[in-house]
Design a binder for this molecule. Structure first.
Ligand SMILES: *Cc1c(COP(=O)(O)O)cnc(C)c1O
Length: 477
């Protein structure tokens, strides 16, 4: 058989040339965005138009222009006017660690295939455990995303707290998870995946500041028991996604303790504040959680996706997936941390620990403090700016870098205001020079920003406020 095609696939020389070209392109794109030479944050196209474009490209496009087009036609996370979803502008050095992981493809599930990654992952997760305030009984690992980490935590919770062995026998009893109505939707999804059904998700209403209303916990718990549901876990959001408001982890912890529930803290967004002396108070009580998750790709500058899941008691991390896979794992009961497949949902996974280690070794812990502290400060600044404006209101005084606000005007009905804010956001999206998002909170439509770029300044934010005003005026006339 002719191997020439495959030889060209693996030709080191071609890779070197192509790789350098890619780094040059990315560097230029980074420069153009940070310096705002590029004005476009989101080159909006409707989905059908975008589909037609790429279909045509597959037929007749020139592959040498592909990377350039991908960069040009994607949303620019590194632009200071990207103030939308909670994804980090990746630290460029972690792009390089991503290349290493992609090249090595050391899947990590067993030690031989992760002789670098497994020890590094242990070092990173041990550091995070110490920062949380856990003692030496704690440990953790990295997994692909907050969604998967939350599911993993709830599975560990069920293994630890359910009165019967559900892993082996299936759902023979009705279990339930208590969580704020404001929690990320992946918690409900996890509960449904676990087969607990609608009854299995016990949603606690939130306060007027969108935090889990802890005064209702006992009532909801008692009602669940009366309905034949056995609550086994409670989830605190740190913070919840839509508003960036933190649940009272301290109070949730004591409720969990009193009722022998597993306490899981979803710190996907805000867990990184363990590195910020200024904002670590937002996480008060987190050290009492049985599990904590922290996303590297949100407030820690890493590329998607990498999430740390941390267990207060190491033993629980080994009993989540107690399943035999003879060809992979020796069946000893040893806590062999170096065979990471024993503890994760995943079999093959990326060497995501390289991002954490590279940032830490290159810049030190300070870099995580600087990032979180600077962005949370900007959240406060922006909120003050909104308060100082006549035609604007905040949904709530923010506790992080997530701010929900809206344009208001006397004489308009609630529905008209909702429609107006929706229309404003749609126009901003289609113009493409800012990227902000939107959310519905207790039935009211809000504009939502997450300030993710340390180089987003007061001037950018003032410009955004002016733009919203200008859009509102145009829409009203
Ligand atoms: C983003 C987020 C998640 C989901 O994490 P992914 O890494 O996107 O899967 C879960 N919980 C909270 C609170 C979040 O903010």
């Amino acid at each position: 058989m002719d191997l020439s095609l495959l030889r060209s696939v693996y030709a080191p020389k071609d890779f070197k040339a192509k790789g350098r070209e890619t780094i040059d392109l990315i560097s230029a794109h980074l420069y153009n965005n940070l310096s705002e030479i590029s004005k476009t944050v989101i080159p909006w196209k409707n989905p059908e138009e975008a589909h037609t474009f790429w279909e045509e490209f597959l037929k007749n496009g020139d592959i040498n222009t592909f990377q350039k087009l991908v960069l040009e036609q994607s949303t620019s996370i590194h632009h200071p006017k990207y103030i939308g979803h909670q994804v980090a502008p990746t630290a460029p050095i972690t792009i390089v660690s991503g290349m290493l992981s992609a090249f090595l493809n050391n899947g990590m599930a067993i030690y031989e295939m992760g002789m670098v990654a497994n020890p590094i992952e242990r070092i990173i997760t041990d550091l995070l455990c110490a920062k949380i305030g856990y003692d030496t009984a704690a440990s953790g690992f990295l997994t692909s995303g907050g969604t998967l980490a939350n599911l993993t935590a709830l599975l560990a919770a069920r293994a630890a707290k359910a009165p019967t062995d559900i892993w082996n026998n299936g759902n023979t009893i009705q279990l339930g998870v208590m969580v704020s109505e404001e929690a990320h939707y992946c918690i409900e999804r996890a509960v449904k995946i676990m087969g607990l059904g609608e009854k299995g998700i016990i949603k606690i209403p939130s306060t007027s500041t969108f935090q889990l209303d802890t005064s209702l916990l006992q009532e909801y718990y008692d009602n669940a028991i009366a309905d034949g549901i056995i609550p086994f876990a409670i989830v605190g959001s740190a913070p919840c996604t839509a508003t960036g408001m933190f649940d009272d982890l301290e109070l949730i912890a004591s409720f969990a303790k009193k009722n022998d529930l597993w306490f899981h803290a979803d710190g996907a967004h805000g867990g990184a504040a363990i590195f910020s002396p200024t904002y670590v108070h937002t996480l008060k009580g987190i050290e009492k959680a049985d599990t904590v998750i922290i996303d590297g790709h949100k407030m820690m500058m890493m590329p998607g996706i990498t999430t740390a899941i941390l267990f207060k008691n190491n033993n629980n991390s080994y009993s989540t997936f107690s399943q035999k896979a003879d060809y992979l794992l020796d069946q000893s009961n040893d806590q062999d941390w170096y065979n990471s497949g024993k503890r994760t949902f995943e079999c093959t996974k990326n060497m995501m620990c390289l991002h954490w280690f590279t940032l830490l070794k290159t810049y030190g812990e300070q870099v995580f403090d600087d990032f979180v502290t600077c962005l949370y400060n900007k959240g406060k600044e922006f909120a003050q700016m909104i308060l100082d404006e006549d035609h604007f209101e905040l949904a709530v005084q923010p506790m992080s870098n997530i701010v929900c606000f809206r344009y208001i005007e006397k004489g308009l009905s609630p529905q008209q205001l909702d429609e107006l804010n929706q229309a404003i956001r749609q126009q901003i999206l289609e113009d493409g020079n800012f990227y902000i998002v939107q959310t519905k909170l207790k039935g009211t439509h809000y504009l939502r920003v997450t300030i993710m770029n340390p180089f987003t300044t007061k001037e950018h934010l003032k410009e955004l406020v002016a733009l919203v005003k200008q859009k509102a005026d145009l829409l009203n006339n």
